[in-house]
Design a protein around this ligand. Structure first.
Ligand code: SAM
Ligand code: SF4
Length: 327
């Protein structure tokens, strides 16, 4: 079958699946403080529906899946979904992005079900600041979750840190030192804040962070990237730690974008910044055949925008709320 190609010739082999928009944390950069309405349960794709859609994407050339949310480990029996997805012909890799809160109990069953890799979000190593940024998160528990992921054999564990001006940008070196002690099994990635709300001023440009690190460490550029993503990586020579930078605002990577996002309500986002219609869930529940779903997916991919125009200090805001999209 022909690959999932858009009008610019970009081939799509990577699908992020948001399994829920719910979350036990309320990170300040991800969710509004209040007034947030969860998707009703009936609107959220079931495991069977996710698996059917993933099978259609796999037949069209998708090879890697990442489960995200909201907080994916809140969804009941997540290992069951991992098991269902890992049986799909063509899928070579299943990964998870999580806040790590429930990993102490779940890392092992997830790995046994077929999970290969994991990204854990952690923006601060200071308990009070961590609790403030996540609006109630438990740092000690997340650190135990990271350990559980190591014990379960998930390699490498990638730590995602969103840097916010005036809030945690002073912790860059602390994070590098801490995870440098486990450089054989951990990678660290700094992510630029993406403006789902009007908070432009909080983006810390990746180049500035690299410059700061270069004043203290020897940075060795890495060829290609570590895994599937848009991260550009450097190795800290002193510790061997791989540090990646995901910089959607200051170093756009839209031109090489190979990713698609399936939201918990079945909407596809061929571009992170913009929601496609109709919802694949609606087509599926109206009785569409696999061929009809494949055609609808291809039409949306063909209409994928060239990219987003968001800069560190201007441009169009991303649509919706991050918990619905999954990062
Ligand atoms: N709850 C899980 C977690 O926190 O890892 C998965 C979902 S979360 C939406 C996925 C990733 O998006 C996390 O690494 C999070 O830090 C990142 N993220 C959330 N809001 C963001 C924003 N406004 N800009 C950049 N990254 C963001
Ligand atoms: Fe929840 Fe993850 Fe968003 Fe934080 S970043 S509120 S943990 S979905």
């Amino acid at each position: 079958m022909a690959p999932l190609t858009d009008s610019l010739g970009r081939v799509h082999t990577y699908l992020r699946i948001s399994v829920t928009d719910r979350c036990n944390y309320r990170c300040t950069y991800c969710m509004p403080a209040e007034g947030f309405r969860w998707m009703p349960h009936a609107e959220v794709l079931s495991y069977e529906e996710i698996t059917r859609l993933a099978r259609i994407f796999a037949a069209a050339g998708v090879r890697r899946l990442r489960l995200t949310g909201g907080e994916p480990t809140l969804r009941k029996d997540l290992p069951e979904l991992v098991g269902m997805l890992s049986e799909i012909p063509g899928i070579q890799d299943i990964a998870l992005t999580t806040n790590g809160h429930f990993l102490v109990d779940q890392a092992e069953p997830l790995a046994r079900a077929g999970l290969r890799r994991i990204n854990i979000s952690l923006d601060s190593l200071r308990p009070e600041r961590f609790a403030r940024l996540t609006r109630g998160g438990d740092l000690a528990r997340v650190l135990r979750g990271i350990e559980a992921a190591h014990q379960a054999g998930l390699r490498p564990v990638k730590i995602n840190a969103v840097l916010l001006k005036g809030e945690n940008e002073d912790e860059v070196e602390e994070l590098v030192e801490h995870f440098g002690q486990q450089a054989d099994r951990t990678e660290l990635r700094f992510i630029e804040y993406m403006p789902f709300e009007a908070r432009w001023h909080q983006c810390v440009p990746a180049a500035k962070v690299r410059q700061r690190l270069a004043e203290r460490y020897t940075l060795i550029p890495q060829r290609g990237s570590s895994g599937e993503g848009p991260a550009r990586s450097w190795m800290i020579e002193e510790s061997g730690l791989l540090v990646g930078f995901i910089s959607p605002l200051t170093e756009h990577f839209c031109a090489g974008c190979n990713r698609l996002r399936l939201m918990a309500n079945g909407h596809l986002r061929t571009c992170l910044a913009h929601e496609d219609t109709p919802s694949l869930r609606d087509l599926l529940r109206q009785g569409a055949s696999d061929e009809q779903l494949d055609r609808a997916i291809r039409a949306m991919v063909m209409g994928k925008p060239w990219g987003h125009d968001c800069q560190a200090d201007g441009g169009t805001l991303f649509e919706g709320v991050m918990t619905g999209v999954g990062g």
